[in-house]
Design a protein around this ligand. Structure first.
Ligand code: SF4
Ligand code: SF4
Length: 449
């Protein structure tokens, strides 16, 4: 099936496609750029998550065909599926599917964190370095998540995004990976995994390095639910250090930094963005803050270069300090003051780039996740949730506004929320057929038929 670029972008927009593996950047905007290469990010470098590799193995032919078609529609020259070499079964299946394809190839990645970071991936696959503060388009590439490519393929057939693929791992009876209607409550998915294996637990949405802690109250109330961007639910005991550490108050972080930072600079030596050549030195931000030099623009504006990967906080620092949280707080303040990122140099990776890669096995050991590395096999769900809670903001940009009212009957795939005209955002669709139970500024709740 052929499609011109403009037509494709219109269909992707109407289907509400957003980056499924990240912050949810609207895909129709990304596809509008001019690129010679489209990279499919199958790196899946966060420990315990297993969606992308299983999708690549199970739907290899479909994905290869969709990528070839996308490359053609965008006027690009090549498509690359990037996957870790260690996933032998998926690699074999993809290689078979690639037979005869002239525009799509495979790139095998080493097993390190964070090889799935867009800037790291572009360098590993194409040998091009994205400038500081830039995006892959700056060097002629578009990076898309595996699930996003599936959603683009569906958009071509006028099918909206109504399913999200999720790995449920950690303290559950049977870890699994499953595709479910968007808005499925997290509590339903924990039951689907056979229930939790500890009574006092917390759930991280996403991976352990970059995911976000879900509110226990929201889970109990059935209001925490799967979004377009949900790739995993990691259940951990409430006293696991991964639950406590990234959620310390900023006050405690500052206090700990003042008493414990020895300026060993391990956080800088292992920071992936520093290693790519960016002007980011997390040990210096600790030093500046500790000495009250918060008006030192050179150190402070480095916050704009932090990718939030968590290496400094969760792997590098021997005394568990958090340059990442400092950078997050500083960036929020700078944005509040209307400051823009002043960094934009072209960069060259430092000579130690390869030697400082963090093997995922070492990361798992450091994070205390060794006991949770059981496989999370694919399961076809034999259920439809009785109720879905669909967020109106599942993407970067403006939240969608509801276009349905309480009591309305909705069909599966029907538009229920739209972003303001001409603003960055994404449409939201009903993931089950049923009746609208509740509409707020944040969510639309639908009860199934
Ligand atoms: S690794 Fe920790 S102790 Fe060392 S400089 Fe960085 S924040 Fe300070
Ligand atoms: S989170 Fe830490 S290691 Fe990662 S980019 Fe930011 S400063 Fe560097």
């Amino acid at each position: 099936m052929k499609s011109d670029k403009k037509g494709l972008i219109a269909k992707v927009r109407a289907a509400g496609v957003v980056g499924a593996g990240g912050a949810g950047f609207p895909t129709h905007v990304k596809l509008g750029g001019q690129a010679d290469t489209v990279i499919i990010n199958g790196a899946e470098c966060e420990p315990l998550l297993a969606v992308d590799v299983q999708l690549l193995e199970r739907q290899a032919e479909h994905l290869v065909e969709a990528l070839g078609r996308l490359v053609e529609a965008l006027g690009a020259q090549a498509g690359v599926i990037a996957i870790k070499a260690k996933h032998q079964a998926a690699v074999d299946t993809l290689q078979q599917a690639l037979t005869g394809s002239s525009s799509v190839r495979l790139h095998l990645l080493d097993d390190f964190y964070p090889v799935g970071d867009e800037q790291v991936l572009v360098y590993e696959v194409l040998g091009r370095t994205v400038p500081e503060g830039g995006i892959p388009l700056a060097v002629g590439s578009i990076v898309l998540n595996v699930e996003t490519l599936l959603n683009i393929a569906a958009a071509w057939l006028d099918q909206p995004v109504i399913t999200s693929y999720v790995t449920i791992a950690g303290e559950v009876e049977q870890p699994l990976t499953v595709g479910v209607p968007i808005g499925t409550p997290v509590s339903v998915l924990l039951d689907l995994a056979g229930g939790t294996t500890v009574s006092d637990y917390r759930v991280i949405e996403g991976g352990p390095m970059t995911g976000k802690l879900l509110s226990a109250e929201a889970i109990d109330a059935g209001m925490a639910a799967v979004k377009k961007t949900t790739t995993g639910l990691v259940v951990l005991p409430a006293d696991h250090w991964l639950i406590a550490q990234p959620h310390l108050s900023l006050g405690s972080i500052l206090q700990r930094a003042q008493s414990a930072c020895c300026q060993c600079r391990l956080c800088t030596d292992l920071c992936p963005r520093h290693l790519l050549g960016h002007d980011i030195h997390p040990h210096l931000v600790l030093n500046s803050v500790n000495h009250g030099q918060t008006n030192n623009p050179a150190a402070i504006t480095q916050a704009f270069l932090c990718s939030d990967c968590g290496v400094c906080e969760l792997y590098a620092c021997p005394v568990e300090l958090s340059p990442r949280r400092m950078y997050q707080a500083i960036k929020a303040e700078l944005l509040k003051q209307g400051c823009k990122n002043p960094h934009g140099r072209a960069v060259t990776p430092r000579a130690v780039w390869t030697g400082r890669h963090i093997p995922v096995n070492s990361l798992i050991a450091r994070l205390g996740l060794g006991k949770y590395t059981r496989s999370a096999p694919w399961r076809e769900p034999a259920f439809s949730p009785r109720q879905v809670v669909i967020a109106l903001q599942q993407h970067i940009g403006m939240p969608a506004g509801a276009v349905v009212e309480v009591g309305d009957k909705v069909d599966i795939g029907q538009v229920i929320g739209l972003p303001p005209p001409d603003k960055l955002g994404a449409a939201v669709h009903a993931s089950i057929a049923g009746r609208v139970l509740e509409v707020t500024n944040e969510v639309i709740i639908i009860a199934g038929e």
